[in-house]
Design a protein around this ligand. Sequence first.
Ligand code: HEM
Length: 155
Amino acid sequence: MFWILVVLQWLHVLFAIFWFGFVMTLDFLIIPTVQTLEPRVQQAFGGAFGRRVPKVITPVASTVILLGVLRGIAGGVLGRLGSAYGLTWIAALVITTGLLLLGIYVLTPLAQKLQSASPGPEFDAILNRLKGLTVAELVGFLVVISLMIAMRFGY
Ligand code: HEM
């Protein structure tokens, strides 16, 4: 059982780094860099990037959740769902699933809408909404990471 826990957790953390690392890189490096380029280049890059991202990130994020569920079950969480540890695990599952759905059903369609919007007030409004939501997404990630650390210490 020890080695099953080790392998599950190792894979869970690896995929989690991929997902969270992507979001940080997107928010702090890719978006600010793309915004300095001319609109024609922004739309060309944004279109190609926007088509590729969900194909890679949706499976990665789903794998993070699946491995987190399996890691919890392998550690015996189902036998103590009412404990602090069990409640933290459930909260992590709910919030992380929410983050995945936010990405699929809100952020990706909004980013696609941005590609077809012509520069002006409509473009600025979509961009501001997108920026606000990415900040909310980052806050969600920080909450989930705090929950992970809490579980590490038994809560
Ligand atoms: C954005 C999503 C997530 C990230 C970035 C993430 C990251 C991490 C990290 C870094 C650890 C190692 C913590 C440590 O040992 O100090 C961990 C452990 C763990 N994660 Fe996640 N995780 C995420 C989502 C989830 C979800 C959705 C679940 C299940 C519902 C989950 C279940 C677990 C469990 C059970 C552990 C082991 C906790 C223990 O030490 O007993 N994680 N996660």
